[in-house]
Design a protein around this ligand. Sequence first.
Ligand code: ASP
Ligand code: MG
Length: 423
Amino acid sequence: MRVFKFGGASVRDAEAVKNVASVVQEYGKGPLLVVISAMGKTTNKLEELVDAYYHNKENKKVIFQEIKTFHHNITDAIIKDENEYYQVDNLLIELECIIEKRREESSTYDMEYDRIVPFGELISTKIVSTYLNKYGVKNRWIDARNFVITNSKHRSASVIWEESVPFIQNSLRPLAERQPIITQGFIGRDINHKSTTLGREGSDYSAAIFAFGLDAESVTIWKDVEGIMNADPKQFSGAELIPKVSYNEAIELAYYGASVIHPKTIQPLKNKSIPLFVRSFVEPFLSGTEVIENDSRTLNDTQCYIIKNNQSLITIASRDFSFIVEDNLELIFSKFNEVGIQLNLMQNSAISFMSCFNANDTKTSALLNELKDKFRVNIQSAYTLLTVFNYNDSNTQLEKIINKREIALEQKSNSALQLLLVD
Ligand code: ASP
Ligand code: MG
């Protein structure tokens, strides 16, 4: 049993869907479960729709129409049979009915989000499944929400493994052994049968959840890049493919912000030693990257560059000149946690604490409010965080990348060098 995952870019238009079909046909021999995301930027559009719907804005119909037209353009190009077309269209009608009605007063934003946004994945998989059936890959469309059972934390639900795994093992596996399964990433259901989502970009994680439950022999994530690279090829001209990387290194890369795979993806695979392949759907004949169990380092001399733009730098000092140690730090961290700010780099001295995080005006002002009585707080924007993972002193690129920018914070651990650069 193998699991494939295709992201939004791989199904962004009719030609792309055809390409996915040929990749599945050519490389998906044997028992297979295919996880697919919403098409192109549909999830962003659906987020706009949720916002318009929730606040009962005039433009909700316009946004819905854009979503409908986008999908119709694709179905018009690849689905000819009327009955098949209706199956896709029914989902759009269902979505339209939801947004036409007024929402219940008691419903929260996040609940409405999880009721509406999953349609991106449902429609996408319906289209791909229908096309694949016609194209000669007889498959079965499955609603992932029947198998991925989560808690009720809408928009960032946690999987309840004891509930999900038996369903996947006992009910889904026999079906998957009979014919390829097409299903959604990103979505699940709580024990009250309400839809939930696993957090943006959560489809990789879904692939890992299914692989875990199915005891799959491997997972392949098909992307628009050759595999896992040592830097983002859009930002670094000399980016190189990493042919092999260990689970631990992949987790660390994700932690530092390399947008290769969703950070939660690795753990379930590691627990069952299921290898992960990252390959290109544009050049599927290339071997890509293999993520394998290996406690020692596999990267050897390859240094990886990860850039996070748009960082804010915060400096916190106590008003009463008390040291910034355990008690103050405890308070400071709890406030970061409360307002939902994740720290990307931290540095602590006797009377001040400095850190950087992804700029966010709303969260920043909430934080300021919480801290201002006890601390002097200074926040500045326009920084870039550069992480060199697997850094060693022989590095010859660094000067060029820093490019004479001032360094506001610097930190070196045994696996990474991190520099916060002034833009
Ligand atoms: N469609 C969802 C998103 O764009 C999930 C995913 O693509 O992984 O965040
Ligand atoms: Mg997506």
